[in-house]
Write a protein that binds this ligand. Structure first.
Ligand code: ADP
Ligand code: MG
Length: 396
């Protein structure tokens, strides 16, 4: 727990809302180890929750207003809005995420008979692909569950409500992975999740002499959300083409295909760009299945190679890398003791995730930092991370 940040949150909560001794809630950010851009194609993903995330506090109000404040965005001040005024697209400011969670719950038929004062403080670098937005949604859901006594909402429901908030209220077509990992993560485990059925298993992430290293490129090319929606469309078109092929009428998603089947039927996809997008989805899903298998056999070397293949496919077939990220990946891979390195998150910047021998991590950080700075004049940030517990109460 980030005690300094929690203290700041508690002090600020008291100062702004006059409430002492309220509970503190937490939902983590996540990193996806492999299985990128498979989530909206009916495939598998393999994320784990992180120790960084969003903390939140909540108190009931007598009227039906929501007041929201973020310690991270103090300049934005307090937002105050009646519950009945919540509408998708009402705002593009940060409060759209917690507002969206309230709204999505109301859409599910949950009635709130009073409003609430909410406050947040996060330590995920926002906008870098570690899913600060999902952690903000999930912590909001957790607080609502507690305050309004909605014990029927399990972690899976909180994830779905968070996703609905982001999809409908915020207009961002993300899959379920981020919210699911934030709500359902487990310490020392990664989550092998079928995003189509929401079947999942927790796989021990025992890396032995290796560890996870996240590198933040600190760049975010503005393409992200438009390209994300564009990729989804291209995959949908590829699927529609395949469904016209004899024998594939019943195909429900791209990731139902094995690579062998894809090779057999790929000519049915008319547009070569859409074909490459579909190829990535199908092969990435197969890689994810193999990677989990390798991990269960303690074969970190194979796991790392599959991460490398994942990156190459995201760069060449899915076209979601960029020169900054490619440099980070290439320079990291070059160093001895690195099992694998790839882009993680939506793309066009953000972070890479690597599996590195612990005794080599300082060398990786020093060399990659220097090369990156020399070429782009940007100080990359490095985080040595462990898989942590999903959403929970940190101060009772
Ligand atoms: P990512 O989820 O990869 O971090 P997004 O663009 O999806 O990137 O979400 C980042 C946005 O989420 C921020 O711009 C902000 O609006 C909101 N956000 C995340 N954490 C906080 C926080 N602690 N306080 C206020 N807003 C936050
Ligand atoms: Mg996000």
């Amino acid at each position: 727990m980030n005690t300094e940040l929690v203290k700041k949150l508690q002090d600020c909560f008291y100062e702004r809302y006059g409430q002492k001794d309220a509970k503190v809630f937490f939902a983590p950010g996540r990193v996806n180890l492999i299985g990128e851009h498979t989530d909206y194609n009916g495939g598998h993903v393999f994320p784990c929750a992180l120790s960084v995330g969003t903390y939140g506090m909540i108190a009931p109000r007598e009227d039906d207003h929501l007041r929201m404040y973020s310690v991270n965005l103090s300049n934005a001040g307090v937002t105050n809005i009646p519950l009945q005024k919540l509408r998708p697209g009402r705002t593009r400011k940060w409060t759209q995420y917690p507002e969206g969670v309230f709204w999505s719950m109301m859409e599910k038929g949950i009635a709130f008979d009073h409003g609430a004062d909410l406050m947040f403080a996060g330590d995920v670098p926002a906008g870098s692909g570690l899913s600060s937005s999902a952690s903000l949604e999930v912590v909001t859901g957790l607080m609502i569950r507690e305050l309004y006594g909605l014990s029927e909402l399990d972690g899976r429901e909180l994830a779905l409500v968070g996703q609905a908030a982001e999809n409908v209220y915020c207009g961002m077509q993300c899959g379920i992975m981020d919210q699911f990992a934030s709500a359902m993560g487990k310490k020392d485990h990664a989550i092998y999740l079928n995003t189509e059925t929401l079947d999942y298993s927790l796989v021990p992430l025992l890396l032995g002499e290796y560890e996870l290293l996240i590198t933040n490129s600190k760049v975010k090319h503005s393409l992200v959300s438009s390209a994300y929606n564009g990729r989804r469309m291209e995959c949908a078109k590829a699927l529609a083409d395949l469904q016209k092929v004899q024998g594939l009428q019943e195909l429900g998603s791209l990731c139902e295909l094995t690579p062998e089947q894809f090779e057999q039927y790929q000519s049915g996809i008319t547009d070569p760009v859409n074909r490459r997008r579909a190829k990535h989805a199908v092969y990435e899903n197969a890689r994810t299945i193999r990677a989990v298998d390798a991990l269960q056999k303690n074969d970190i070397v194979t796991f790392g190679k599959l991460m490398n293949d994942s990156h190459d496919s995201l760069r060449d077939d899915y076209d979601v890398s960029c020169e900054e990220i490619d440099l980070l990946v290439n320079e990291t891979r070059r160093i001895e003791g690195v099992a694998g390195s790839r882009i993680t998150g939506g793309g066009f910047g953000g972070c890479t995730v690597s599996i590195v021998k612990k005794n080599q991590t300082p060398a990786v950080i020093a060399e990659v930092r220097k090369k990156y700075f020399d070429l782009f004049g940007i100080e990359a940030a490095f985080y040595r991370v462990m898989p942590e517990e999903g959403a929970h109460i940190v101060v009772q």
